[in-house]
Design a protein around this ligand. Structure first.
Ligand code: SF4
Length: 351
């Protein structure tokens, strides 16, 4: 069994679950017993930090009691997240726990990071170079953020089916594994009745904050763009990005090149991407500028329907009558825009 400090810092590990189970506290006790009041307080702090810092935050873990409360705050935070019943918040919470783990892993020895990787069912091996490790390439492809240049396979060395990566990069891959795992574990869970009532005030306060955050982003002062006129393919890509989902390179490329064709500035495009829970302005700006040809010699044109279909980005079940008449998403947008303008002009005349 790992020591209590490690369990408090990595409460999603099997040993941490065993520790919590062995303590024998019931859910009712966790929710109401004064003994766990501090754990309940920390659970709320974890969630408040999701919106404030995109990380569940650090607390002092000097004493045994502080460590135990930190550990118990984790199942409580998960329970409350389910009660909030907001997919965006659940995804943000999963990401914040994962980012927190990533930062903690960087302070741990490689042997510990290996143990976590194995617990997450990743196939990893030691390398001759103590600063490097090897990961099975299929696992690398599943979890690495390959939308960023440094993570692309072309920039990695593969040997016998294994990719060489640093301790830092292995920790980043584990971040993605944990994010996915927490999100999948929580997304279809039903709220716990007693938790709903015990935390009712906190739940509605956090819900309001989520709403305010969303509204802030919904107000997009983009005169040139009306999201309503986007064709189904681009609407889907945009909503996936804004929900923090991993979108394949072609999807991101299609969207950015399309926005560029509408003369949106880089800052305006970044603003649309900024709703994503794992938004990083510098990296997003670099990617956008690359697509727009500001960091290279080529400026790319938005792909047409044929190409989007080839890449599986045309949602066949959502195509509408307009889709059947056009061969390019820009024609779709232009038609919708003109049609709406015509309608408004008619209304104006009728006044
Ligand atoms: S038909 Fe073209 S515009 Fe319509 S959803 Fe498919 S790719 Fe997009």
């Amino acid at each position: 069994m790992m020591n209590l400090l490690t369990l408090a810092k990595f409460p999603f590990l099997k040993d941490a679950k065993i520790y919590v189970r062995n303590e024998g506290a019931t859910v009712h006790e966790l929710l109401t017993d004064p003994l766990f009041e501090s754990a309940r307080y920390i659970a709320i702090e974890r969630l408040e930090n999701v919106l404030r810092k995109k990380d569940i935050g650090n607390r002092v873990l000097s004493t045994e009691s502080e460590r135990i409360m930190e550990l118990f705050s984790y199942p409580l935070a998960r329970m409350i997240t389910v009660c909030i019943q907001d997919d965006f918040f659940t995804r943000s919470y999963a990401l914040s726990e994962a980012v927190h783990m990533y930062k903690n892993l960087l302070k741990e020895p490689v042997s510990f990071i290996f143990d976590v990787a194995k617990e997450f069912n990743l196939i990893v091996e030691h390398s001759d170079d103590p600063d490097q490790s090897q990961i099975l390439f299929t696992h690398y492809l599943t979890y690495a953020p390959t939308r960023y240049k440094k993570w692309k396979m072309i920039n990695r060395t593969m040997n016998n089916g294994f990719i060489s990566i640093s301790k830092k990069d292995l920790s980043r891959i584990l971040q993605e594994v944990l994010r996915k795992r927490i999100n999948e574990e929580l997304e279809n869970r039903s709220p716990h009745r007693e938790a709903l009532s015990v935390f009712s005030e906190d739940i509605s306060r956090i819900k309001n904050k989520v709403l305010t955050q969303r509204k802030k982003h919904e107000v997009l002062p983009l005169g040139k763009l009306n999201v309503e006129y986007l064709p189904p393919c681009l609407k889907n890509i945009l909503s996936l990005i804004q929900a923090g989902e991993n979108v394949a390179h072609m999807g991101r490329f299609a969207l950015v090149a399309f926005f560029n064709s509408l003369n949106l500035s880089t800052d305006e495009i970044i603003k649309l991407f900024s709703k994503s829970p794992d938004f990083e302005e510098d990296k997003t700006r670099y990617q956008i500028e690359h697509i727009l040809g500001k960091t290279g010699s080529t400026s790319y044109k938005p792909p047409g329907c044929d190409k989007l279909k080839t890449y599986g980005l045309c949602p066949s079940e959502e195509v509408d009558e307009m889709c059947k008449r056009i061969v390019h998403p820009t024609s779709y947008y232009r038609w919708k825009w003109k049609n709406e303008k015509r309608k408004n002009d008619r209304k104006e005349k009728a006044k």
